[in-house]
Design a protein around this ligand. Sequence first.
Ligand code: ATP
Ligand code: MG
Length: 228
Amino acid sequence: RRRLAGGERRRRIGVMGGTFDPIHNGHLVAANEVADRFDLDEVVFVPTGRPWQKTGDGDRPAEPSARPVSPAEDRYLMTVVATAANPRFSVSRVDIEREGNTYTVDTLRDLHRIHPDADQFFITGADALASILTWHDWEELFSLATFVGVSRPGYELGAAHLGAHLQNLPPDSLHLIEVPALAISSTDCRDRAREGRPIWYLVPDGVVQYISKRRLYRTKPGRRGVSG
Ligand code: ATP
Ligand code: MG
């Protein structure tokens, strides 16, 4: 299967988008599990663009309670630190270098341009799945990638609440898979860092050290980037 005429196999790349503020072991386990199950050659982690207000997971619009997001460069570097040791993991700057909000369709278009001969697998947690598969561009999304929704503690992973337009998808365009459950969120890691509680073993060691070195998550909302 997946052999080209010359006997060459088509490359398969996973795409894992996220704010990664900070990246944590839940992201890494999910990516690694999908890489194994779908026989991926590479997983590209793609930190979102520069919103100073978190715009929600996936493509949901900003909420009034939106929080300031750490600088893209810090989120990018933490993602590099977290993935550096794995030869199959890489980090892309396509979203942080594009102006404006990050939309999954733009991420997939840009990566397709960079890797025209690869099949793309977009990896997303149960919580973010429905908002990414929006009504207006879902046909293009499915033409660019296979979607892989992964389980996440506290969220239901099911096709039932994905919206009527997604009930009759082309076969094999969306897979829902169980991954080892890690009840870790970036929100909890930020709270812990702010309160001086441990984040060891929730994020890779290098990320603990990076957060401490850059004094991330210590400042009050609105003051980030002014101090530190
Ligand atoms: P925040 O609390 O700031 O929203 P987060 O932990 O949800 O952070 P994101 O950067 O928002 O992390 O998530 C990126 C992607 O990883 C999303 O698709 C999300 O559903 C998925 N994801 C995050 N944490 C987990 C986890 N523990 N298990 C499985 N998937 C996860
Ligand atoms: Mg999230």
